[in-house]
Write a protein that binds this ligand. Structure first.
Ligand SMILES: C[S@@+](CC[C@H](N)C(=O)[O-])C[C@H]1O[C@@H](n2cnc3c(N)ncnc32)[C@H](O)[C@@H]1O
Length: 367
């Protein structure tokens, strides 16, 4: 993790602007920072004969912004650097082809979930040069590899999101997608709740697919196939096709292994046959008044969780609250600046579970 150790800290009055950054506040061992391209927290800790300065993982910015903040912080404190490991570190992510969950996803035509080595994702991009393909993957090394291939092969119609695919479809407008591909998802035989295919995902697929658009599941797991088919059949107004052991247009690396082992391969195509209603969601993440009577015990609801973890004092009237909120399987760490009119230091992902958690925070602590 890129960090520096400096020899001293001056007593500084915040907020204060420097050449390339603005240091917004000090909340005990945290300092809020804004640079031209990012907003994040620095964490300062006593370390041997000096002070260790590192960025906070939850608000992680890109390396170039961290460097700006570190260098200005050193100057602000008129300090000497005792140690640093930032100069050798090169940016891997993000990249111009990366999107954030809060970006506008209305121009996406095709989605591939869990693209792994990316062979099929790149194939799609070449097969549909006029369509924009969104690859969603949780595994960062796979993303880095695929980004390199996108550059080397001059492909300009792929976008990538590093997130849990189950939370992304809710961000896509209705009737927008040509197709959705889920090829060889992890079967999670013992943890069904972690499967990508679930009732919510299928309903959101039907909503986001154009009329006659399709979701293609390809799997080597008979168990996952049977489970998915049952789930697909729970939804109305679709057309379902099943295939067994038929070659597909392109063989993924993963599939090659199973074919060599003589495993069965199953395909399910689910076509959406109806025009779905437009989704009208306007997630308002604002607060009206200061949060009080804070309770730091985790609270678990049917669809979401709230866990206020710690509070750091900024001044007599305000504090920084760190919390975990949202989807139980993929909660989000967030910070709230708790003042007369509180706000999120960085806006949470605009998804239903976070919004439900936000409303419940207001109900509990503005009650
Ligand atoms: C078994 S691999 C298959 C990769 C590729 N589709 C293929 O056919 O070679 C499953 C991939 O799905 C990704 N994955 C698993 N759960 C995911 C989720 N909830 N959202 C996005 N990607 C996920 C994994 O990181 C992994 O790369």
């Amino acid at each position: 993790m890129p960090h520096i150790v400096i020899d001293k800290l001056k007593d500084i009055k915040y907020p204060i602007k420097t050449k390339k950054a603005e240091f917004l506040f000090k909340a005990e061992d945290y300092i809020g920072v804004k640079t031209s391209n990012a907003k994040f927290l620095l964490n300062i800790r006593k370390y041997k004969n000096g002070y260790l300065v590192k960025y906070d993982k939850v608000t992680r910015p890109i390396i170039s912004e961290i460097k700006k903040a570190y260098m200005d912080f050193v100057e602000l404190n008129e300090a000497e650097i005792i140690f640093e490991n930032i100069h050798g570190i090169k940016e891997k992510l993000p990249d111009e082809n990366m999107l954030d969950i809060n970006d506008n996803l209305s121009k996406i035509d095709i989605i591939e979930v869990g693209f792994g080595s990316g062979r099929h994702l790149l194939y799609l991009a070449k097969k549909y040069p006029d369509k924009t393909i969104l690859g969603i993957e949780i595994h960062k090394p796979s993303i880095e590899q695929v980004l390199k291939r996108i550059k080397n092969e001059n492909i300009n119609n792929i976008k990538i999101i590093n997130h849990d695919a189950r939370l992304i479809l809710s961000k896509i407008p209705s009737n927008n997608l040509h197709s959705i591909y889920v090829h060889f998802p992890v079967p999670w035989d013992k943890k069904e709740h972690r499967r990508v295919i679930n009732s919510d995902f299928i309903n959101e697929s039907v909503r986001t697919l154009q009329k006659n658009g399709f979701l293609h599941l390809r799997t080597d797991s008979e168990n996952y196939f049977a489970y998915s088919l049952k789930k697909f059949l729970e939804v109305n107004k679709t057309h379902i096709e099943i295939k067994k052991n038929l070659p597909y247009e392109i063989t993924s690396k993963y599939e090659e292994r199973w074919i060599k082992m003589g495993k069965n391969i199953y395909d399910i195509y689910m076509y959406s046959l109806e025009i779905s209603e437009e989704k009208k969601e306007n997630f308002d993440f604002s607060f009206d008044k200061k949060l009080t009577n804070l309770d730091f015990n985790a609270k678990i609801y049917d669809n979401f969780i709230i866990h206020l973890e710690k509070e750091k004092k900024i001044d007599e009237n305000s504090s920084l609250i760190r919390a975990t909120i949202g989807n139980f399987n993929r909660p989000e760490h967030i910070y709230i600046i708790n003042t007369q009119k509180p706000y999120y230091f960085k806006k949470p992902a605009e998804i239903k579970e976070n919004y439900l958690a936000h409303q419940e925070i207001k109900r509990l602590f503005n009650g």
